[in-house]
Design a protein around this ligand. Structure first.
Ligand code: FCB
Length: 451
């Protein structure tokens, strides 16, 4: 089999602000609810925080040089809302804007296309104090912040994502409490979903009205996980329908079809309200591209005890799992890409995250980090992406997660996802074998995938 990607294909890597930047309160930035959550004992692995992370805030030029060394032609990063609006709304902190402006200039100088995500989970603490994603006003707060960024960077940034993985914000943050702000409330989760989508719609509307919208593109990034039934029983098939609606359709159906899946009521019962038709019109704004984060699939079976979904994921005993216990299952990447095309129509699509945590040593050995399992993961997932492209998916780019080992949320620094190893005691960076392999794939426009 030979592999070949078009010249225009974006070869990128992705990161997010709180996971790599460090210096969370530098230059007048306001704290985020991740800062509060990670500083509250018991929430994260060894109570680790993003206070230092990869120190990217101060080392960004070196990191951009490493991107160039890998041959990346695109880089997906997120903007920390609190650096721009320390109080969440109102006063703009020019020094925060300057940081991202310098980052963008540095990228462009090296021929790397910047792709900015407005929200990757680090809500300003000041807004959390006002209810955060539960507050109906958040759509306007987000719209104002988005407008500020479109105006500040839109002359140089052409690719914008409104939200990263709204499903995780709702599920991890408000339903199961494992991520900031750490709530577990069945009645909050639907409101959060709806306010996230209203915020997305508002940002898209503002984008179209801004100068940035004249030449740039706007989209949303969702994490998708194909669901497979454990058996052919009616109960298991029904469980797959529910879990699929919950994870894969809850955000995309409203954005593309203007309605929530019927299963939402089945899952949330009386906690799922009827939403105003005007809101659904706001949410269903045409977007320019879809960003898909893909890591794994799930095999589900019915379990009446596990609420609200009445579903339990069944571990696959013969499977290779990553360090986060995610089954390595590249075929499902092809499947989910084809599914989005069939269900929502053909539109420019990017894989905005894909990657794996495997155990790597804390320090390089003889100056090297050999990570054969990760090399294999990338090889097979890039082949799967190629397969989808050949079958008609309008795939325009691929972003590896992640450029650097970084702060993996409540797992702290215990899970390494980088193409580049970070020694957290010295901040020394070492390109891993997987980074070298990805560089080869990029240089050969996919040719190296046949090896
Ligand atoms: C995704 C997140 C990203 C990182 C990876 C491993 O869900 O978008 O920040 O945590 O998982």
């Amino acid at each position: 089999m030979t592999y070949s990607f078009p010249d225009s294909f974006l070869w990128g890597a992705a990161t997010s602000a709180y996971q790599i930047e460090g210096s969370p309160t530098a230059d007048g930035a306001g704290r985020s609810f991740w800062h509060r959550f990670s500083h509250t004992p018991g929430n994260t692995h060894l109570n680790q925080t993003g206070d230092i992370a990869c120190d990217h805030y101060r080392r960004f030029k070196d990191d951009v040089a490493l991107m160039a060394e890998l041959g990346l032609n695109a880089y997906r990063f997120s903007i920390a809302w609190g650096r721009i609006y320390p109080e969440g709304t109102g006063r703009i902190n020019k020094k925060g804007i300057d940081f991202y402006s310098r980052l963008v200039d540095e990228l462009l100088k090296k021929g790397i296309k910047p792709s900015a995500t407005l929200y990757h989970w680090d809500l300003p603490e000041a807004l959390d104090d006002r209810g955060g994603w539960l507050n109906h006003d958040i759509a306007n707060w987000f719209g104002d912040y988005a407008t500020t960024m479109f105006d500040a960077l839109g002359d140089r940034v052409e690719m914008w994502a409104t939200l990263n993985e709204p499903w995780v914000v709702m599920d991890g943050g408000y339903l199961f409490g494992v991520l900031a702000p750490g709530h577990s409330n069945l009645f909050e989760a639907p409101i959060v979903t709806h306010n996230l989508l209203r915020s997305h719609g508002t940002a898209v509307e503002r984008f179209r009205a801004s100068a940035a919208g004249k030449k740039g593109k706007v989209g949303i990034v969702v994490n998708l996980e194909p669901k497979y039934p454990a058996t052919k029983s009616a109960e298991d098939l029904d469980t797959v329908r529910r879990t699929d609606a919950y994870m894969n359709r809850q955000y995309l159906d409203p954005v593309f079809l203007g309605k929530y899946p019927d299963e939402m009521r089945d899952i949330f019962g009386e906690a799922w309200p009827d939403w105003p038709a005007d809101d659904m019109r706001l949410i269903k704004q045409p977007i320019d591209f879809l960003g898909i984060n893909y890591y794994t699939r799930k095999v589900e079976r019915y379990d009446a005890e596990v609420l609200p979904l009445r579903a339990k994921a069944v571990p696959q005993l013969d499977a290779t799992e990553t360090q986060t216990n995610w089954e390595v299952y590249p075929e499902a990447l092809t499947r989910i890409l084809l599914w989005t095309k069939e269900r929502y129509g053909k539109l420019p699509t990017y894989i905005t995250e894909n990657g794996a945590a495997f155990y790597d040593p804390p320090q390089p050995i003889d100056g090297k980090i050999e990570d054969p399992l990760r090399v294999d993961y990338y090889r097979h997932h890039l082949r799967a992406a190629h397969d989808a492209m050949k079958k008609g998916v309008d795939l325009r780019g691929y972003f590896a997660w992640s450029l650097l080992d970084n702060y993996e949320w409540s797992h702290g620094y215990s899970k390494r996802f980088g193409l580049i190893h970070v020694d957290y005691s010295t901040q020394q960076r070492t390109i891993k074998s997987s980074g070298r392999y990805y560089a080869d794939v990029i240089r050969t426009k996919g040719g190296a995938l046949s090896k």
